[in-house]
Design a protein around this ligand. Structure first.
Ligand code: ATP
Length: 305
């Protein structure tokens, strides 16, 4: 019995690791029930990017621009979701997307990560259609800080190193310091060996986001997607996290799905989405001057705050 138990136990661990890896991504995108259908084209090559990353934290974006060109998309044929979406994120710049719930903001992120292929139009990274290159290379180029970070039932070190499997303790600590979570971790009795997740130490929303930021810093991709948390962090924590995100995004090509307008003020361009269309677009100042939907949203949010 014991002989049988050991290999099965090992398989169990392996299965758990693979399953958790998938669960993380699926949960991020709310795709738990869905099978992914994207296949690489025969002979597809990896995305060719300037090697701007090296291993230094916060390296720049190199040539990794992002462009959506006349993108149309529907999850189900009868219900179009995105209509003729075009925008550019020049390498190293930030574009923010705002708009009501259901307007299609997260769908843009899912398409950029190539969870689905567009029905017509193109998405380009560094001028290359992401349909024509390998899915793995597209995902390797993108880091995501999701709304709600999934933690594995494993150590803090494992959870941070997940951003770059094989990273050593010094690299994990470096990322944790940059994400301002190191002193919190160091103050726990077992430090980086502390178990977290459902069966371990529970982290607050803000702490989980810092773990996600540390993961992303370790991965150090040229392109970032931030899906801002809607869940209430206290406002001091929220401001601190926003400052962290801004510093991570510096020199990266960044798509921010924003729920609070205060975070989009400095974006290169703001897209105001409504029902799958871009209703308005421009810088914060230009959109305020246009006195349209964005200006209304801004006034409303100011009065609430
Ligand atoms: P929120 O701010 O609430 O996150 P959003 O603007 O990000 O909303 P999306 O998640 O992009 O909105 O959803 C756009 C539309 O697509 C919604 O009407 C939603 O119901 C639909 N949708 C999202 N995911 C799927 C799916 N997997 N299958 C079918 N329809 C979907």
């Amino acid at each position: 019995m014991i002989q049988l138990y050991i290999p099965l136990g090992f398989l169990g661990v392996l299965y758990r690791e693979i399953k958790q890896g998938l669960t993380d991504l699926e949960k991020m995108f709310g795709l738990m029930e869905r099978e992914r259908e994207i296949a690489d084209q025969p002979g597809a090559l990896p995305l060719a990017l300037e090697d701007a990353s090296a291993t230094a934290l916060k390296a720049n974006a190199g040539n990794a621009s992002v462009s959506f060109r006349h993108v149309q998309f529907a999850y189900e044929p009868a219900r179009p979701i995105l209509h003729d979406i075009s925008f550019d994120i020049p390498a190293g710049k930030t574009v923010a997307v705002v708009g009501p719930s259901g307007s299609g903001k997260s769908t843009l992120a899912r398409l950029l990560f190539r969870f689905y292929d567009v029905q017509s139009g193109q998405i380009l990274i560094a001028g290359q259609d992401i349909k024509q290159v390998t899915q793995a290379s597209v995902r390797a180029a993108i880091g995501i800080v999701p709304q709600d970070t999934v933690l594995f039932n494993d150590t803090v070190e494992y959870n941070i190193a997940y951003g770059r499997p094989g990273a050593d303790r010094a690299e994990v600590e470096g990322a944790a310091k940059a994400a301002h979570i190191h002193s919190f971790i160091a103050a726990t009795p077992k430090g980086y060996d502390t178990m977290v997740g459902e069966r371990g130490l529970k982290l607050s929303g803000g702490e989980k986001q810092r773990v996600a930021i540390a993961r992303t810093l370790l991965k150090n991709p040229p392109i970032l997607i931030f899906d801002e948390a809607t869940s209430a962090l206290d406002s001091a924590n929220e401001r601190a996290i926003q400052a962290e995100l801004q510093s991570v995004a510096q020199n990266k090509t960044t798509l921010v799905i924003a729920h609070r307008l205060s975070t989009v003020v400095d974006a290169h361009e703001i897209l105001v989405m409504e029902a799958g269309h871009i209703l308005e677009r421009g810088t914060h100042a230009a959109l305020l001057a246009a006195n349209g939907r964005y200006a209304q949203m801004w006034a409303l949010q100011q009065s609430v705050e």
